[in-house]
Write a protein that binds this ligand. Structure first.
Ligand SMILES: Nc1ncnc2c1ncn2[C@@H]1O[C@H](COP(=O)(O)OP(=O)(O)OP(=O)(O)O)[C@@H](O)[C@H]1O
Ligand SMILES: [Mg+2]
Length: 284
């Protein structure tokens, strides 16, 4: 069993109108890891995702899943799509059944599972995303965020090895964003590999183990999130700032108020650090 679950090696892809989607792009995703893909609009994130489950086929380079080149035959793609679950950026591109329940059932039915298992998976996925009460509703009558939740449920019901989510937080309310994080944490604990696209560097720093930077159809750097503070130049090159918590922590370090290490990954851990140092108590 390979430690690298997904590997794109020198992938180039041009859309039929001549636009460059990917340009000699290489990326490795380690089994069981939490990954974020981040980069400007049009940098190639969605195009890269579509190569991960064979929706698009590279014109140059090789995509390997679990150490093997993707087999683009019918059976090969079916097998791959049972392992790589994808939540699309735009839910209208993903949902196609009449009702919520039908849509979420589609994937597991396609895997050839028996009805009892399908029903159980559908019920549990809908519950996870808080859509149980909308199970019989027509998909086209749902709000944007509700559609997004149904897409997530549909993919969860497949129980994939690799879950690819294209800007999953966009359009979700605060409560659902928090719940989705908890769901992703649960999946990670079960060994599922996670890859998601976001524009939020603060979230990426808090959540990911590996942050992959995208620019002009290429992955320009794959960084250990814990070391992100040392890579300001690579971030600037793709138009991103350092996370706010790194800037704040550095300001406090410069003033001799907190030690340089460990660097907190979110506001709550910085607050925890200040509290243990007894500084927070002195602030009126
Ligand atoms: N169907 C298409 N036909 C032609 N060009 C396309 C198509 N889809 C994407 N592109 C082009 O490919 C490039 C990469 O687009 P992609 O959608 O992968 O970017 P992205 O990083 O996902 O952007 P965003 O942050 O806006 O979602 C862009 O220049 C885009 O215009
Ligand atoms: Mg995109």
């Amino acid at each position: 069993m390979s430690n690298t679950l997904l590997e794109l090696s020198h992938i180039s892809y041009r859309y039929p109108d001549g636009s460059i989607g990917l340009d000699d792009c290489s990326l490795r995703i380690a089994r069981g890891s939490r990954n974020v893909l981040i980069g400007a609009n049009g940098s190639g994130k969605t195009t890269l995702f579509q190569h991960s489950n064979g929706l698009l086929r590279a014109q140059a380079g090789v995509v390997r899943y679990d150490g093997k080149e993707i087999n683009y035959g019918r059976a090969g793609l079916r097998d791959l799509r049972g392992k790589v679950g994808m939540v699309f950026q735009n839910p209208d591109h993903q949902l196609f059944s009449a009702s919520v329940q039908e849509d979420v059932s589609f994937g597991p039915l396609n895997l050839g599972l028996d009805m009892a298992t399908v029903r159980q998976r559908v019920a549990s996925s809908l519950q996870t995303v808080g859509m149980t009460e909308h199970a019989d509703k027509a998909v086209h009558n749902l709000s944007f965020g509700q559609k997004k939740r149904v897409c997530i449920a549909g993919v969860l019901a497949m129980e994939p090895e690799l879950l690819v989510l294209d800007e999953p937080m966009a359009g979700l309310d605060h409560a659902m964003q928090k719940e989705l994080m908890a769901v992703l944490d649960g999946l990670h604990q079960r060994g599922i590999t996670l890859l998601l696209a976001t524009h939020n560097i603060d979230f990426a720093y808090r959540w990911a183990e590996h942050i992959h930077l995208m620019a002009a159809g290429r992955c320009t750097a794959s960084l250990n999130a814990a070391e992100l503070g040392e890579h300001a130049t690579a971030l600037t090159a793709v138009g991103l700032p350092l996370p706010e918590v790194i800037k704040l922590h550095r300001g406090l370090v410069e003033r001799g108020m907190v030690p340089a290490t460990p660097a907190p990954r979110c506001a709550n851990s910085l607050l925890g650090l200040l509290t243990t140092l007894n500084i927070a108590k002195e602030i009126p």
